[in-house]
Design a protein around this ligand. Structure first.
Ligand code: THU
Length: 132
């Protein structure tokens, strides 16, 4: 699965976005280690702060169906809008896949890529919960 293929999956996921408040639909496609693609979209709420991003919904979806190993995620807003993952989603992705590739589009439609750990240096991690 190429970055472009995964981005096409993210576009499919975006069709289900529920974004009546921001009018900014987002889709995400997570690629699992065994090659399965799991979709997520943003789901907003009249109580605005309860809205959840596409990337986190993709992860909740994957983990809830027994998948925890990811090699890549693609994220897309509508044409003309860049959509790098927000800080909260970086943290949630880092829990499961610090080495995963993150693909997103810039405003001109080009696919940009970084490894997650480059997008979230010095991440808070579960080992920090232990005393030394
Ligand atoms: N959003 C995402 O789904 N992913 C991101 O990485 C950035 C923002 C959503 C949240 C909200 O529903 C809308 O985009 C506008 O912020």
């Amino acid at each position: 699965m190429t970055p472009r293929d995964l981005m096409r999956e993210a576009e499919k996921a975006r069709r289900h976005a529920y974004a009546p408040y921001s009018n900014f639909p987002v889709g995400a496609a997570l690629l699992t280690k065994d090659g399965t693609v799991v979709h997520g979209c943003n789901v907003e709420n009249a109580s605005y702060g309860l809205s959840v991003c596409a990337e986190r919904n993709a992860i909740w979806n994957a983990v809830s169906t027994g998948r925890r190993e990811f090699t890549a995620i693609a994220i897309t807003a509508r044409e003309g809008h860049g959509a790098p993952p927000c800080g909260s989603c970086r943290q949630v992705l880092h829990e499961f896949a610090p080495n995963a590739w993150v693909y997103w589009r810039d405003g001109k439609g080009r696919i940009l890529r970084r490894r997650l750990k480059a997008l979230l240096p010095l991440a808070f991690q579960k080992r920090m919960l232990r005393r030394r």
